[in-house]
Design a protein around this ligand. Structure first.
Ligand code: G4P
Length: 543
């Protein structure tokens, strides 16, 4: 087979995605069940026990562990072959992990930038929750198609029609149910697979630790048998079928284009804990979600074709993933060609050669060496000290992928060095953390490097920065919160004009961009009134 055909076939099998959810909705449980299908883990519990390890620790250890979890599982690779689908029914998934804690960070955002689609997990009893909404907005901004999984149907939940309404009214997506739950909680009898018109029966005795058989019953037969046959009161059983009839009338058909454009979301119901509805979700997702496609570049013209020479973009840099090794790993999403370990690439930013000697794909806590990878795959480049988020690596024809947009920072804290003998380390630590994208480091025009300002979107970013400065660089630092909550970019001349405005502060970032920090929207509006000819540009992505 010609090499290009093989590449095209490999890429067609890839699905690179993230799961977004509010804490406790069931993301860890679902992840574990997805891995179960791939045979990557044989018994449920592997992912969970790591999460419990996280919860058992305290203070800084907890922070490290928390980071450890989200770091070591930045991406999970798994394969799945549908038992009854023949050669077309085989996929390779790259599941990008977004941190499970409530605190949002730039990391989360950058990670979502490397995904081609997302699964949004909702707790059936709670519907759309704040963290889900935040993450949804990022996905929507990136134009990611979203598949919805309504979890915990084995518990009493919201009425499913009400849940669909909430999706429409809260996030403006048109939900299209692919499966439909028959009752919930103790009465939950299973889901109706609308594509095959079968009831997939929920068996309460199976605990979901292994991949079990699904019992499928044609809908007419199920209706003939009646609810009692499935442990469901008759009225609730019938209600589910009536709802389904309503859907047939009211709901549009699923239109793949509308899904890919982020207008429709296919909805699946199930119980991750019971491993129920997960196979339907997995196969439905695999069928619908896009495989990696050519990525736009900063060069004018067409996006980089998938079958061009190797290229990829770093979306995240993480130091000290493994405390024993003190290493620095750059996570690269391959965008074209074959990634070959040991190959040479050019770093677009500097034009220098970059040897890709040490590359890993990450699975849970273990690293496996990545020999080859194709578009959509994520490789961890170890000892990648020269790489920054957004960097492009390529072979052959030069290419640069557009920078990964950053969030407009909304938290700012002064950081002070409390040990004058460690001033050099203080400065180099800040430079490194800034380059890695842990926090942004701003300089006040007068105080400059003496008293930099850390900027970020979540408090955790500051905590991580402080923790790493203390433990890794041996610095003693003090953080002092500031009252500022939003930032706008202005020209250097305008920064000079605005700098004495009350309730604001001007600062410069490492790219020499001038920022004006405001305590709130009012302060911004006053400044806009006082300086009508100054343009206050929104930075990156505003939340
Ligand atoms: P997260 O990663 O989104 O934070 O959620 P996680 O999977 O950890 O699930 C949160 C809690 O919800 C867990 O219970 C988990 O067992 C439970 N859960 C997840 N999916 C389902 C489901 O489909 N049905 C039901 N009934 N519960 C579900 P926990 O008590 O916090 O932890 P554990 O003691 O069960 O491990």
């Amino acid at each position: 087979m010609p090499a290009d055909d093989r590449l095209a076939r490999e890429v067609a099998q890839r699905r690179t995605f993230a799961i977004i959810s509010h804490p406790d909705a069931g993301k860890t449980t679902l992840t574990e069940k997805l891995l179960l299908f791939s045979g990557a883990v044989h018994e449920a519990g592997a992912v969970k026990s790591r999460k419990q390890a996280k919860q058992a620790t305290s203070d800084w250890m907890k922070l490290e562990q928390e980071r450890g979890i989200s770091i070591s599982s930045t991406v999970l690779h798994f394969a799945y072959a549908a038992p009854d689908r023949g050669p077309e029914g085989g996929w390779r998934f790259n599941l990008l992990d977004t941190p499970g804690h409530a605190d949002f960070s730039e990391d989360t955002y950058r990670t979502l930038c490397a995904a081609d689609a997302a699964v949004m997990v909702l707790d059936m009893a709670k519907g759309l929750e704040p963290q889900t909404l935040k993450l949804f907005r990022v996905c929507a901004d990136r134009g990611l198609p979203i598949v919805t999984f309504v979890n915990k149907c084995d518990r009493p939940g919201m009425a499913p029609l009400e849940l669909l309404d909430e999706i429409t009214s809260e996030i403006g997506l048109e939900p299209v149910a692919q499966t439909w739950p028959v009752a919930d909680g103790a009465d939950f009898a299973g889901v109706i697979d609308r594509s095959s018109n079968e009831l997939v029966r929920f068996d309460r005795t199976v605990h979901g630790a292994t991949v079990g058989e699904e019992e499928r019953i044609p809908v007419e037969k199920a209706q003939e048998a009646g609810g009692e046959a499935f442990g469901c009161p008759e009225d609730r059983f019938e209600a589910a079928f009536e709802e389904l009839e309503l859907l047939e009338v009211d709901q549009p058909e699923l239109d793949r284009e509308a899904f890919l454009a982020g207008r429709q979301t296919p909805v699946f119901f199930g119980s991750a804990l019971a491993n129920f509805g997960v196979r339907l979700l997995l196969e439905g997702f695999a069928d619908l979600a896009p495989h990696p496609t050519p990525q736009p570049t900063v060069e004018p013209g067409e996006p980089r074709p998938i079958d061009e020479d190797f290229s990829g973009q770093v979306f995240k840099v993480q130091a000290n993933m493994n405390p024993k090794h003190r290493d620095r790993v750059a996570f690269l999403r391959v965008n074209s060609g074959w990634f070959q370990r040991g190959g040479q690439a050019t770093l677009a930013r500097t034009g220098r050669q970059f040897p890709m000697k040490y590359a890993h794909q990450l699975f849970a806590d273990d690293r496996e060496t990545a020999e080859t990878a194709v578009a959509g795959d994520i490789v961890g480049l170890v000892n990648a000290s020269g790489l920054q988020p957004g960097d492009t690596l390529y072979a052959g024809k030069p290419v640069t992928f557009p920078p990964i947009p950053t969030f407009s920072p909304e938290r700012f804290a002064r950081i002070r060095n409390r040990d004058s003998s460690r001033y050099k380390q203080f400065r180099s630590a800040l430079r490194q953390l800034d380059e890695e994208g842990v926090v942004q480091v701003l300089q006040h025009p007068e105080l400059g490097e003496q008293e930099p300002i850390l900027a970020g979107v979540g408090q955790l970013q500051f905590e991580v920065a402080k923790h790493r400065m203390t433990n890794e660089f041996g610095c003693t630092v003090e953080l002092e919160p500031t009252p500022y909550e939003l930032a706008r970019e202005v020209s250097a001349e305008d920064a000079e004009r605005v700098r004495d405005q009350r309730g604001t502060m001007v600062a410069r970032d490492r790219h020499d961009r001038w920022l004006v920090l405001f305590a709130n929207d009012f302060a911004l509006r006053w400044a806009e009134q006082d300086f009508p000819d100054v343009t206050f540009h929104e930075m990156g992505m505003a939340r």
